[in-house]
Design a protein around this ligand. Structure first.
Ligand SMILES: *Cc1c(COP(=O)(O)O)cnc(C)c1O
Length: 399
């Protein structure tokens, strides 16, 4: 693009990029392909040896006692709450700004999600709002490490201890992050991860619960297998047909094909997270010079794993709203996104009679947020394209 070519692609100008840069993308190499093919040609496509191998590699990576693989991050949330005995009549506190699955997991069990507001600088759940949301029905808090930054676990733990609540983590954004040197996944009583392709590592679909509590891990293993206490692989080994179903569970198993893919990805995860952090640092430096674009604040002593790189638009400096800026950036070839609308503003939750105004900060901040592309194989040129497009678009709509 020549320097004077300021006409927006939205208005027929030349776009910054011809091919759209996605906001996230998986990384797959030959070692991944080989790992999956090896399993495909083996005796066990599911409930075989690749499952515990992946689980123990994942637990070793985080330094926790137990990791239980499930077939999605959502299944992991459901299983984590079910295994803690969450049910009808219970309230579970969740942040207003998260993927709907965090709150849905409570609904699956007949429990009630109660939404807590966020801190406007970090967009992490605000501990004071959590404390205000506690009632005599509250059983658990689910913290969300929004965008990849660990939530304020120390404050949340104090609230949980004061009221005898479980503290759980939806850590789906933050694999590879840490707080005071302690890895995400070890900061709560139990934590969940997702291996959807847009996350830090992938098994196509998949998830994990991590915990130091072996009884809880056991219950989750039953829950993912219909509430039956042994799986097909274990019975084959023992030469028995007999099994017992001790509770009501689901088929939430992750296949051996997927576990092999996960185990093959794991050794590269550290580097991938570092590349995400590098890209975030480049964005931070560039946006320090663009008045209308404000990156999220980082807390002290945390390592942000940057599943997302979220900026807040300073809407009072712009003559367009977020949705126009979004369209303009998409037209420039930048695959921006929005994470997330406050969960209770979705139609389904409105029908459950959640009303606007529950979390005013979340509602206001939501109006101005954009997620920019960040994934490990992005080049420095890709990063420059994103910055250039933001410069171009915010300049065009400068007040
Ligand atoms: C991705 C994600 C989930 C759900 O994970 P799936 O594997 O897609 O089911 C849950 N919570 C958050 C915060 C997520 O980002």
């Amino acid at each position: 693009m020549s320097k004077d070519d300021t006409k927006l692609a939205l208005n027929g100008g030349a776009p910054v990029r011809e091919a759209t840069l996605p906001y996230g993308r998986q990384t797959i190499d030959e070692s991944d392909v080989k790992a999956v093919l090896d399993v495909l040609q083996s005796d066990w496509l599911t409930t075989g040896p690749a499952v515990p191998k992946f689980e123990s590699a994942f637990a070793d990576f985080l330094g926790c006692k137990e990791a239980v693989a499930l077939n999605s991050g959502t299944a992991a949330l459901h299983a984590m709450l079910a295994a803690q005995g969450i049910g009808p009549g219970d309230e579970v506190i969740v942040p207003a700004i998260t993927f709907a699955a965090t709150a849905n997991a409570a609904l699956y069990l007949g429990a009630t999600p109660v939404f807590a507001d966020i801190d406007e600088n970090t967009m992490l759940v605000d501990p004071s709002s959590v404390a205000q949301a506690v009632t005599n029905k509250t059983r658990a808090i689910i913290a969300v490490d929004y965008a990849g930054q660990p939530a304020e676990y120390r404050s949340l733990r104090t609230i949980a201890s004061d009221h005898d609540l479980l503290l759980m983590a939806d850590a789906c954004h933050a694999l590879g992050g840490s707080d005071g040197g302690k890895p995400v996944g070890t900061l709560a009583d139990a934590s969940t991860f997702s291996f959807h392709p847009v996350k830090h590592m992938t098994t196509a679909e998949g998830g994990m619960v991590t915990t130091d509590d072996p009884d809880l891990a056991q219950k989750i293993r039953w829950f993912r297998n219909h509430g039956i206490t042994s799986d097909h692989g274990q019975r084959a080994k023992k030469g028995t047909w007999s099994y017992d179903m001790v509770s009501l569970g689901y088929n939430y198993r992750l296949s051996d094909l997927q576990c092999a893919l996960g185990e093959a990805q794991l050794p590269r995860l550290r580097n991938w997270v570092e590349r995400r952090q590098e890209i975030a640092a480049q964005y931070d430096a560039a946006f320090a010079k663009i008045d209308a674009v404000l990156p999220l604040a980082n807390r002290e002593n945390v390592a942000n794993a940057y599943h997302l790189y979220v900026v807040k638009l300073e809407l009072n400096r712009l003559s367009a709203d977020r949705n126009v800026i979004f369209d303009a950036l998409r037209a420039e070839g930048i695959g921006v996104n929005v994470h997330y609308k406050p969960v209770y503003q979705h139609s389904y939750y409105r029908e459950l009679s959640y009303k606007d105004g529950i979390c005013p900060v979340a509602e206001r901040v939501f109006e101005g947020i954009l997620s920019l592309p960040v994934f490990p194989t992005m080049s420095d040129q890709d990063v420059e394209d994103v910055v250039e497009a933001l410069q171009k678009v915010t300049k065009a709509y400068e007040k």
